[in-house]
Ligand binder design. Sequence first.
Ligand SMILES: [Zn+2]
Ligand SMILES: [Zn+2]
Length: 145
Amino acid sequence: MATIFYGSCLCKGVRYSISGQAQMSVLCHCLNCQKSSGSAFQANGFYSKGQFALLDGASFITDYHDSAVDAGCTVIRSFCSVCGSNLYTTNSTNPLIKDAIIVMSGCLEKASSALEPPQSEFYVKRRRDWVKVDGNGTSEFQAMS
Ligand SMILES: [Zn+2]
Ligand SMILES: [Zn+2]
């Protein structure tokens, strides 16, 4: 049996569960992840959509269609319309990640156990100079890959 992890937004109106570990753990330094998180980068876990289950709060979730990403495609950034927490990103038009749901790790209840240390960093060309990642062999990509 896969371990079940739980997540929620800041107001706890949205709650979800995730079955099993992330398939990939990533820091994204792209400008849009900085903007949408309101912080220096986003720490994300890539899961298959089948691992994710929304438990509560579907009516609170608003989708922002972000068509100005560095990678040149449109991603859907889903957030809680009550408290503003970033929840997850999807992109059904990109064959590489159309079956994936990219979950912002800050909303996981036990982020430390649900998410391995980052294996990759995307958009390191956008990384703030003062961000030092203690990645044990973290793969760095100037863009998405
Ligand atoms: Zn909320
Ligand atoms: Zn990004």
